[in-house]
Design a protein around this ligand. Sequence first.
Ligand SMILES: Nc1ncnc2c1ncn2[C@@H]1O[C@H](COP(=O)(O)OP(=O)(O)O)[C@@H](O)[C@H]1O
Ligand SMILES: [Mg+2]
Length: 398
Amino acid sequence: MEKRVMILGASYSQIPLYQAAKKMGIHTIAASIKGPYSGFDHADECCYVDISDPQAVVEAAKKLNIDGIATCSLDLGMAAIGAVCEELKLPGPSKEAAFRASNKREMKRALTRAGVQTAAFVEVSDEKELEEALNKLSFPVIVKAVDLMGSRGIYRCETPEEARENYKKTMEETKKDYCLVEEFIQGEIFGVEAMIQNGRIIYELPNNIEAFQGDTPSPVGHSVPFRQMDTLGGQAIKQTALAIHALGLDNCPVNCDMIKKDGKVYVIELTGRSGATGISEMVGIYYGLDYYEMILRVALGMEVASYFPEDHQGVANLTHTLMADQAGTIKSIENTIPADDNILEVSFNVEPGDEVRPYQNGRDRIGQVILRGKSLEECESRLKKVLAGIQLRLNEKM
Ligand SMILES: Nc1ncnc2c1ncn2[C@@H]1O[C@H](COP(=O)(O)OP(=O)(O)O)[C@@H](O)[C@H]1O
Ligand SMILES: [Mg+2]
């Protein structure tokens, strides 16, 4: 019988998941609120539901007779996946684990309890507790909403005055009546992508993050192999495994953000879905497989371990987000680099007439480059050539 999978999210970043399902002969049901989302066109069936509302998704899933539920590159449906998997007894993380993965307070409590290396933090629900937190932690600190994503409600603060101001902002943005204050780890961000099935960690892949330096750095690209594999790889792998078990995640992909500082790695956050900004493509190229297919296999309870042999010689590769360096309206955009087996993707999500501006967040992306090479160095020099060959002409704003 044809398997039926509900996919949470219908934006362009979930399209590869719909495409992989189609290749595998899986019937897809796109779950999302209504809107002009291009993922709907790739699904066999649509289910209009607010994926940030776990109970609503459970009710919808019960009627649809599904065999599995999955998402990618999107946090919004994480809690719903846990709720659906538990209530409908489908392969996937438990309700509690998914809840811990989508609330930063529960996450930090679990990580700290399990002895995972993570930034010191204090829970704050009023101004008095804020002052106590500021006395206890050393600056800079980061004031953090527990329920938002994409760096929203998250502010770096150099002084107590800044922290007081940002606390007000965070409390206006969050739906909760509390937030966190964390010590700010001044280091370099990197990631570990992983997968767990039936309590066994299938693979862990530390990777470099290319970060856009905003108020807090945000990823605009990923690459492998990890530059400090020899010195920090073991530690990163061990801390990620500890963190996965601390949250109780199982039968799901895992995306873990870390910071390295003075030879030590810190877990910033982790969740039970695959990462964005090209991570699934990166993992796929490294292991020579379609990672979206693996995400679907896990969601359907099909084994994945045999696809990730321990002695696998990975393929170096990188993904890079394209962005404009000026504001304006696009006159023309083209890639002038000749086709090359190692350049796997140069794509644009904008066209002539579209407005662009210098990068501030993910919505300012204008395209993506994915390439591979014999080494990371080769990938990096290949990227330079590709970037030099992309011609973006703008009608500049007056
Ligand atoms: N304790 C910390 N120290 C240093 N940087 C941090 C810390 N917490 C968060 N950040 C930075 O802020 C970014 C966003 O925080 P994160 O907790 O990952 O929330 P989000 O859900 O918005 O991604 C992180 O990727 C990291 O760059
Ligand atoms: Mg994050």
